[in-house]
Design a protein around this ligand. Sequence first.
Ligand code: ADP
Ligand code: MG
Length: 335
Amino acid sequence: MYLTRFFTLFAGLLIAGQAAADWHYDKQAIMGTEVHLQFWHEDEKTAQEINQAVMEEFRRIDRALSPYKPDSELSRVNRDGANGKALSISAELAEIIEKSLWYSDKTAGAFDITFATLGSLYDFREGQQADVETTEKLLPAVNYRHLKLNRSSRTLAFDDPRTKIDLGGIAKGYAVDRAVAILQHYGVENANVSAGGDARLLGDKRGKPWLVGIRHPRDKGKNAAVIPLENTAISTSGDYERFFIDDDQHRVHHIFNPATGKPTESDDRGDKTDRNKLISVSIIGPRGFDTDPLSTSVFVLGKQKGLALIEELPGFEAIVIDAGHRMFFSSGLQQ
Ligand code: ADP
Ligand code: MG
């Protein structure tokens, strides 16, 4: 994400200057992305402790929720779910699945963690995708209604043995909120923490707003916008982060339309002037646990339905870029 480059640049500038002695920075590769942390603290030793606690929390969440780690709770649930029995799950996993299901209802299924039934057959680095027959065969197993979550007994059952789940559209937003809770626990008042396209800002940048860049979806070196923000979360979903171009010149990317079981169609797949098709979506709101699933949702819903959803939710704003590279804002940002 562009955010990453922006903060790296800033980190460099500040370390070079004397006045930056009390800003602390770290960058680590976790959750399949770069986790960036910047915060203000007076005491060097405590700052190191805070830094470690935050990064350890990201690693803990990754160990629990990664689909690539065979020992993660998520992998276990996907394996054992096939037997149809109700599985005991952690309170944390139950909370994240409950939130995901809430967004599935709210978005008429545009956000659906069972996209993984087909999504897990894709490998964007290797240029691998599910073939047409497999897609048709497994499509009925892509449906959040197959998930039977019992919050009080903390169990989950899959009523289709082929259904798989993946929390890639919500886990990073959840993790940046957890990071901020740790920072607040230590009394930190100014911080910026991001995991790929999900960022959360605590307070301001000591007297000025944080400047968050939204990457141009088709020009890596460029910004589509730079937004001053404080005390908020911002999540961006784009079709330029993880993708490959297949033999038919189609852009195969990581955001799936659960209705088709395939990546949402983007501009390389036809009409560049389609005003409803989005290639970048940023959502601003109080918590990453909401802005992350919402950015994925609005991406899938398209401009019209996506912006209508954001207008309906108090406290959320959107910045979207359509297939023709035009930028649009929700009503609260239009002034
Ligand atoms: P990033 O992972 O780059 O932050 P997003 O927040 O846009 O990106 O989430 C994309 C991720 O969400 C995908 O990599 C995948 O794990 C998951 N995902 C893709 N499509 C859906 C969907 N329709 N509903 C829920 N999660 C999805
Ligand atoms: Mg998201």
